[in-house]
Design a binder for this molecule. Structure first.
Ligand SMILES: [Zn+2]
Length: 125
C-alpha cells in the first residue's frame, strides 16, 4: 500500500488545507471553524501518518456544537476507521487501541470534571 497516495487523495477529496508551519500550539490538530485546516501533521509514507490524518479529518467532518471532548475524539476515530474500510485499507489494532485509550483518558478526565457517566455508552472505545 502506498500510504502517501492515499493521503494525497484524502486531502483533496475532503478539501483539507495542511498548514505545516502553523504558529498555533504544538500538537497536530484540526480546525473545526470551517477553515478545514490541519496543523502540524507530517506527511510520511506510513500507516500511522495516514491514520493520524484521517483522525484529524474526522474531527472536521464529525464536529457538532456542544459535543464533549471525549465524544469528539470518539467520533473522529470512528470516522477514520470507516474511511480506512472505504479505502480498502486494513485496520491495525495497535494504533486503533492507542486512539481508543486516548478517548478513554479524555472521558475519565471529563468525569473528574463533572461529565455524566452515561456518555460512555456512545463512545467508540
Ligand atoms: Zn483528536
Amino acid at each position: 500500500m502506498d500510504y502517501l497516495e492515499a493521503q494525497v487523495f484524502e486531502i483533496k477529496h475532503w478539501n483539507i488545507t495542511i498548514v505545516e508551519n502553523s504558529t498555533c500550539w504544538s500538537r497536530v490538530h484540526a480546525h473545526c471553524d470551517g477553515s478545514r485546516k490541519i496543523c502540524k501533521w507530517r506527511r510520511k509514507n506510513s500507516y500511522k501518518s495516514l491514520f493520524v490524518l484521517l483522525h484529524e479529518i474526522g474531527h472536521i467532518e464529525t464536529d457538532v456544537k456542544g459535543m464533549k471532548r471525549c465524544e469528539q475524539e470518539s467520533e473522529a476515530t470512528r470516522w477514520a476507521v470507516e474511511r480506512l474500510r472505504a479505502l480498502g485499507i486494513p485496520i491495525k489494532r495497535k494504533i486503533l487501541n492507542d486512539y481508543k485509550d486516548y478517548t478513554k483518558r479524555t472521558y475519565e478526565r471529563g468525569v473528574r470534571r463533572g461529565l455524566k457517566k452515561k456518555v460512555k455508552s456512545g463512545l467508540y472505545i
